[in-house]
Ligand binder design. Structure first.
Ligand code: BTN
Length: 263
């Protein structure tokens, strides 16, 4: 359970001005979008948190599987208040992924490996998905941006069907103990605020940090894009957030797409 003290602490220490907590909710992103539709931005940032989501959404046709013990929340950010121009919104997904990696790594202290970024919106550890991110630009004029984050914390995959258990992992599976979800939440919100401020500032090149953590670099990737399938050797992430793929007939810049396989 999450406590009122935790919410107070998050509001005291970060850019979160309001917290909306639900024991169960179909999707925290959908709830945040509802707030935008009602014109309720609620300050610089509103945290919408659900103890459990019943219909979590992912990119495209993806669903976010939420069992008890997962961490699912959305941040409804007033990007005007943050000074983040709309033309930098496409970088928010990678920036969020980076912040989630940086916040989670200290919990994985006993391991020498770090978390990695699977372009454009997943966080992986030891080849399995640990976190998924869904960024939705809700209203350009209002500057409302919804950043949805799901992290597998105490929702163990140990007893999940084999196909799922090979693809995803929870922190408790890696560490063999349960974590305080409130602590994970606080670290992510802190780190995300820091990174979003740097992105807004525009002075800091986050590219080396993405590059270091790119899971796909050097691997053969297959990506579904608007204009068809692209297969080739991944050459990393460029400064504008595009994925560079060497198809053999030249290097293609992938602005958006779904990575259907990588090896
Ligand atoms: C993906 O895997 O494609 C992204 C998954 C994003 C899941 C999070 S959980 C909190 C927020 N609410 C949602 O409905 N989705 C995001």
């Amino acid at each position: 359970m999450f406590s009122a003290e935790l919410f107070q602490q998050i509001q005291n220490e970060t850019f979160v001005d309001a917290v909306e907590y639900h024991e169960a909710l179909p999707s925290t992103n959908s709830r945040a979008l509802e707030l935008v539709a009602q014109g309720q931005l609620g300050g610089r940032c509103t945290l919408v948190l659900a103890d459990q989501q019943t219909a979590g959404r992912g990119r495209g046709a993806n669903r976010w599987w939420s069992a008890e013990g997962g961490l699912t929340f959305s941040l409804l950010v007033d990007s005007h208040a943050l000074g983040l121009p709309v033309n930098r919104w496409p970088l928010v997904s990678l920036t969020t992924g980076l912040a989630v990696c940086e916040a989670i790594d200290p919990f994985l202290g006993p391991y020498s490996e770090t978390t990695l970024l699977k372009w454009p919106n997943d966080v992986y550890f030891q080849g399995r998905k640990l976190s998924g991110i869904l960024v939705e630009g809700a209203d350009h004029r209002m500057g409302a941006l919804v950043i949805g984050i799901g992290v597998n914390v105490n929702n163990s995959y140990a007893a999940a069907p084999a196909d799922l258990g090979q693809k995803a992992v929870a922190l408790c599976d890696v560490l063999h103990e349960k974590l305080d979800r409130g602590e994970v939440l606080t670290q992510i919100v802190r780190q995300l605020e820091l990174r979003l401020r740097l992105l807004a500032d525009g002075q800091n090149d986050l590219r080396p940090l993405w590059r270091e953590r790119c899971l796909l670099t050097g691997r053969t990737v297959r990506i579904e894009t608007h204009s068809g399938e692209v297969t080739g050797l991944c050459r990393g992430i460029d400064r504008d957030g595009t994925l560079l793929v060497d198809t053999g007939a030249g290097c293609q810049r992938i602005v958006s797409g779904v990575v259907s396989s990588f090896e």
